[in-house]
Design a protein around this ligand. Sequence first.
Ligand SMILES: *Cc1c(COP(=O)(O)O)cnc(C)c1O
Length: 355
Amino acid sequence: MKTTLQIDIKKTEKSKLPKTDFDNLVFGQSISDHMFVADYINGEWTDFRIEPYTPLSLNPANATLHYGQSIFEGMKAYKNVSGEILLFRPEANQKRLNESAERMCIPAVPEEVFMEGLFQLLDLDRDWVPAKAGASLYIRPFVFATDDYLGVRPSEKYKFMIFTCPVGNYYSKPVSVKVESKYTRAIEGGTGYAKAAGNYAGSLYPALLAQKEGYDQLLWTDGKNHQHIEESGTMNVMFMIDDTIVTAPTNTGTILKGITRDSVLVLAKEMGYKVEERFLKVSELENALKEGQLKEAFGTGTAATIAHIARINVNGVDYTLPEIPGNAFSNQVLRKLDAIKYGLEEDTHGWIQKV
Ligand SMILES: *Cc1c(COP(=O)(O)O)cnc(C)c1O
């Protein structure tokens, strides 16, 4: 990318690499040496810099702490067999960040700032991208308000930052989920489609209640009547009913437009599967479970790519799904996406960008 963006780089004097155990990585615990920072002051993004990863100092009146203007993104970089770093659809994350920004009254981050910050950070910290099969570098871009002012209004100052974490082979063991019939994650007109910090805060308590009952995650339903399945709160969800893939549409503003979701749907259509983007009624899911028509159910998201669902609780009744064979759609598409991400298979969709 041609750029005029000037980024000041201050390198760490003591890399954390020698102290990092790449064989025992816990998601989000080891953080790479550097971070990218930009400030929004007087109506423009400025002061682009890469610095050693370090704590921020914060005024107690910081607007984010009180009113929650805070959004984020999540994506991954992979190392191919030649040691090159591959990014999966970063431009989709950049666009989505700005869709979230608009909803939360946060100024858009220009494409050049996002991409140049990201590429230069990855270039500097390229040794942090694990080379092991299945491992990757998780990337967290985020924007938050930095006014020190207690009035309720959009902040005038913001920070955009990116830091990264090496993560191990994130194989998700099949999860149990519960269809939520009381609490609500998102409602039409709300902020469900934005990757906003507050959406997560509100979902923790219902998720904790479900965990106490032995479920890993919730299947959120619509906020009005709790009659159709929306998504899982960190993942979109898909159901293979007979030979058709059913997943919620993203035009109600209540569903996060997952990039994994979109990629899976593109590949599903190419692989000749029938895809229906429509709401699945809870009653229809219940019937499909009773009649044995639900062949596969899985979440899609950057962390796990595909997370198989093994057990679903609907209206107080637990249903166990059949074992998912290796040639099932969810396993085929997982292998295909992994092959594309690690550069083992040709990228025919323009999804990969090399750093
Ligand atoms: C991030 C996220 C997803 C998954 O999106 P990907 O782009 O596939 O990682 C799904 N649901 C919610 C609520 C999310 O925040």
